[in-house]
Design a protein around this ligand. Structure first.
Ligand SMILES: Cc1ncc(COP(=O)(O)O)c(C=O)c1O
Length: 456
């Protein structure tokens, strides 16, 4: 009797051919992967037809829900014209229109848009622009080419972005490749490095920052910061007034403020851009993720007229910004991004978001009663729930306990997909989610935390 060999499945091919990012593949190879085939609104649907709630907006990218008809249409219409041409020596209508629209919604004072491909490259562009800006603005002054950033910062995975980052688990191995930077502690109030309490601390954590700016200002090209919330650091929220003060200090010590709004941009914190909350205009602003809401990779670095003008001159002065990517200003991505901004207007996304943010706070409140919830941090629609082994001492779970991963596994069984940051559970629903679905997401998260930590 002959036995028929089972045909390989997509899961088999995944394990045989794919290498997944931020993933221990030895473990991955032992598991059956969830293979997402379709999406609708806040749902991801796998090849088995199972629907999951997209609890992290597909890694903080999705804005208006999956398969939005306006975005689908914009993509189709542009595809019928052209998929790609270059911005090197040419222009294209969606790239022009999108630049104009972005400047229209950006903090006042930002006037120019430089396109790239993803969050990391948007940050790289900002770093390179800052260094070249000072060379050309003050050619006779000494080198002004170092950067200040916060500890635990994450600005992407390319070498420049990693240099201004500081998450050991991700970055330590690459230290030999990185350039030297200055760094300061973030306002991680739950674990205050100065052992102070907000607001009586009066933002004392800004003093070491001012000291660095005072002493090293002449060498510093820029201060790179995620405004309002350091996302990958564990959703570390900044107290009110922090960002505004950072802006004032950067101005005082003549250091460019580089706002990395890759995660916070496009409504995620409740306004179009996080900087708006504190009335701040950065000198450079990096955008990606929500720019197309995941339809296509696209990024932009926005800057001021002052910076732009420092790059003007005769060709032979070589003040040109010699940087660009093959897909820069890709018309398909720009057409979708334009349509996405139109949805913000026509659907009044930001106005509708306000009560949803309040509902989310209300829904999260009962989770404080769970004995292993140390702190719940929320900035608009960005939530981090820090799980601790001991709430009294705030003792953290060790990485090996994989507490976050365990909770995510439980949530998955209940129909919610999450991607924790170690022991910090992240919830970042698409802005379009309705109250019923939001309630379900929080309920599943709560029950999953309770199920995993019950016996600790
Ligand atoms: C604040 C911030 N900056 C930059 C990046 C890098 O973006 P990308 O993964 O698109 O390169 C991320 C990604 O999570 C981010 O959160």
């Amino acid at each position: 009797m002959t036995t028929r060999k089972k045909a390989p499945s997509l899961g088999d091919w995944d394990r045989q051919y794919l290498w997944h990012p931020f993933t221990q593949m030895q473990e991955w190879e032992r598991e059956e992967p969830i293979i997402i085939e379709r999406g609708k609104g806040p749902y991801l649907i796998d090849t088995e037809g199972r629907a999951y709630l997209d609890g992290t907006s597909s890694i903080w990218v999705n804005v208006h829900g999956h398969r939005h008809p306006v975005l689908d249409r914009a993509l189709d219409q542009q595809r019928n014209r052209i998929a790609h041409s270059t911005l090197l020596g040419l222009s294209n209508p969606p790239a022009i229109r999108l630049a104009r629209e972005l400047i229209g919604v950006a903090p006042k004072g930002l006037t120019r848009v430089f396109y790239s491909d993803d969050g990391s490259t948007a940050v790289e562009v900002a770093l390179k622009m800052a260094v070249q800006y000072w060379q050309q603005r003050r050619p006779k002054a000494g080198p002004k080419n170092r950067f200040l950033h916060l500890n635990l910062a994450y600005h992407g995975d390319t070498i420049g972005a990693v240099s201004v980052g500081n998450i050991d688990l991700f970055h330590a191995r690459f230290r030999p490749l990185l350039f030297a930077t200055e760094s300061a502690d973030p306002p991680y109030c739950y674990r205050c490095p100065l052992s102070l309490t907000y607001p009586s601390c009066r933002l004392a954590c800004l003093e070491p920052i001012e000291q660095i700016l005072r002493e090293r200002g002449p060498e510093l090209a820029g201060f790179v910061i995620e405004p309002l919330i350091q996302a990958a650091a564990g959703m570390i929220t900044q107290p009110a007034g922090y960002l505004k003060r950072v802006r004032e200090l950067c101005t005082k010590y003549e250091v460019l403020l580089i706002a990395d709004e890759v995660a916070t941009g496009f409504g995620r914190t409740g306004q179009m851009f996080a900087c708006e909350r504190e009335g701040v205009t950065p000198d450079l602003m990096a955008l990606s993720k929500g720019l197309t809401g995941g339809y296509l990779p696209l990024a932009a670095t926005l800057t001021t007229e002052d910076i732009y003008r420092a790059f003007l001159g005769k060709y032979e002065e070589f003040k040109t910004f010699f940087h660009g990517h093959s897909d820069t200003g890709n018309p398909l991505g720009c057409a979708v991004a334009l349509a996405k901004l139109e949805i913000f207007r026509t659907d009044r996304t930001l106005a509708k978001l306000k009560p949803k943010i309040r509902s989310l706070s209300r829904l999260l409140k009962p989770l404080r009663r769970l004995p292993h919830v140390g702190e719940i941090r929320q900035q608009g629609f960005m939530v981090g729930i820090e799980l601790v082994r001991d709430r009294g001492t705030r003792e953290a779970y060790p990485l090996e306990a994989r507490i976050g991963q365990q909770v995510a596994q439980e949530a998955r069984k209940r129909g919610l997909l999450l991607r924790p940051l170690g022991h910090i559970m992240v919830l970042m629903p698409p802005l379009s989610v309705d109250l019923r679905t939001l309630t379900r997401m929080v309920d599943i998260l709560s029950r999953s935390i309770a199920a995993v930590t019950r016996h600790d």
